[in-house]
Write a protein that binds this ligand. Structure first.
Ligand SMILES: Cc1cc2nc3c(=O)[nH]c(=O)nc-3n(C[C@H](O)[C@H](O)[C@H](O)COP(=O)(O)OP(=O)(O)OC[C@H]3O[C@@H](n4cnc5c(N)ncnc54)[C@H](O)[C@@H]3O)c2cc1C
Length: 402
């Protein structure tokens, strides 16, 4: 595979660089640098989303007819790499990455008109209501019920680990509309048009690193119109599975991995090895960093293939499970190296240092303040979007035919 950029790609990369240099203010870059979870500070991410929307670049993976860029695979990849290299904040992207492609495929013309423009502009922010206490890996066992009452569904139950439920203004949600037949056959995929609906409440779950990203959501007679159902009643499982392919494989992992490699390299250039000399010159450490870099490069090849399929309108398929496994495990490998390189400087608990605008002295050097929070928060990377064990089961069945 020839990975050298063509002159047109180089011109595109330069255009992206110019745009980023002009549009990324220092406070937005600070939000990018201080990200210690999946997404940047929500307000900063939303501001950046709106800047991108103004340029027509907020939906890099969408076709033009829905407000996307219509970029090819290489352009998407260049854009993702340049954004991360310039410290752009990672936007809260469950609309763009997950439910947007689902609405494009399964939505009615009315649903497309109602939701897609708002997702592109950043005015509609979706969170994902799939998991429940007791229904994570075994998602089809979910119990949150939706009962029809006139033109509405009335929803009762609870969702858990809902990332960003406290900042989103919409939710896509799996609900049980029938108890007949197999569990998969009684599920419907519905949208909620507000997170302030009567009977809906959101309870925060704070992570070990002190961050609030996930929540438990409770439904007590929450109403949503039947017209907000995507796909047929009791066939939400088909819609849900299609979305999961995009959740696991609809984005490039490697730009983030390469950025983390640079972070670790920077720490290792500053820190001393046991004995003497710089850690970066320690052979054992350098070998492990090289191992992570090779894993990222191998993943990059698969990603280019998948991005190319996406730009031809094909969904990622089971390969997204392999990407998810390799991407999350390499990320954790790098987090581990980052903490190891910082040694005792990783230990102080200084969450205030990650607040935007914070300019007091810190015990941990400025370039190390996200190392431990990343290590802790990214433990979840092998669990969310379907645990890695479940991804291995999918590969065994769908790819290897076992
Ligand atoms: C930080 C974070 C953010 C999340 N965000 C969201 C969100 O926004 N929306 C949402 O709906 N959900 C979200 N989730 C939930 C996530 O999808 C689930 O945690 C995940 O699917 C695992 O389910 P569980 O936690 O119930 O674990 P369980 O399903 O109880 O699994 C426990 C352990 O058993 C293993 N296991 C289970 N079944 C099998 C099997 N058949 N074969 C082999 N091993 C198995 C699992 O791999 C895991 O190690 C998030 C989770 C985290 C941690």
């Amino acid at each position: 595979m020839d990975l050298a950029l063509s002159p047109q790609d180089e011109a595109f990369r330069d255009e992206v660089r110019r745009f980023l240099a002009e549009s990324l203010t220092e406070d937005l870059r600070e939000a990018g640098r201080k990200t210690a979870g999946v997404f940047a500070d929500f307000a900063a991410g939303l501001r950046w989303h709106k800047v991108l929307a103004g340029r027509g670049w907020s939906a890099p993976t969408w076709p033009k007819e829905y407000g996307g860029t219509g970029w090819n695979a290489t352009q998407r990849y260049i854009f993702a790499r340049e954004c991360i290299a310039a410290d752009a904040p990672r936007i809260f992207s469950m609309g763009i990455r997950m439910v947007g492609p689902v609405i494009q495929k399964f939505g009615t013309p009315e649903q497309k008109a109602k939701y897609l423009p708002g997702i592109v502009s950043g005015d509609i922010v979706f969170c994902q209501g799939y998991s429940e206490p007791g229904s994570g890996s075994d998602l089809a066992s979910l119990k949150t019920r939706a009962v029809r009452d006139g033109d509405d569904y009335v929803i009762d139950g609870t969702k858990i680990w809902t990332t960003g439920a406290h900042v989103a203004n919409h939710m896509f949600c799996l609900v049980r509309t029938s108890s007949e037949g197999k569990p998969q056959e009684g599920i419907s995929f519905v949208l909620l048009d507000s997170m302030d609906l009567p009977g809906l409440s959101v309870k925060p779950i704070v992570t070990l690193a002190g961050d609030h990203e996930v929540n438990q959501v409770f439904f007590d007679g929450v109403r949503t119109p039947v017209a907000n159902r995507i796909g047929p009643e009791n066939d939400g499982w088909t819609v849900a599975k299609y979305l999961l392919e995009f959740e696991r494989g609809g984005d490039a992992y490697t730009p983030n991995l390469y950025a983390r490699i640079e972070d670790v390299r920077r720490i290792a250039r500053e820190e001393a090895a046991d004995g003497a000399g710089r850690l970066i010159d320690d052979r054992g450490f350098a070998e492990r960093l090289a191992e992570a870099e090779m894993a990222a490069q191998a993943l990059e090849m698969i990603e280019m293939q998948v991005l190319s399929d996406l730009s031809r309108g094909r969904n990622p398929g089971a390969i997204s499970s392999a990407m998810k496994i390799r991407g999350s495990e390499t990320l954790q490998m790098l987090d581990h190296l980052g903490v190891e390189a910082l040694a005792w400087y990783a230990a102080p608990f200084e969450p205030e240092a990650r607040e935007l605008g914070h300019n007091e002295p810190t015990v941990t050097p400025e370039w190390g303040i996200t190392a431990l929070p990343l290590y802790l928060n990214n433990r979840a990377a092998t669990i969310y979007a379907g645990s890695n064990e479940i991804q291995r089961n999918i590969i065994a069945k769908a790819v290897l035919g076992l």
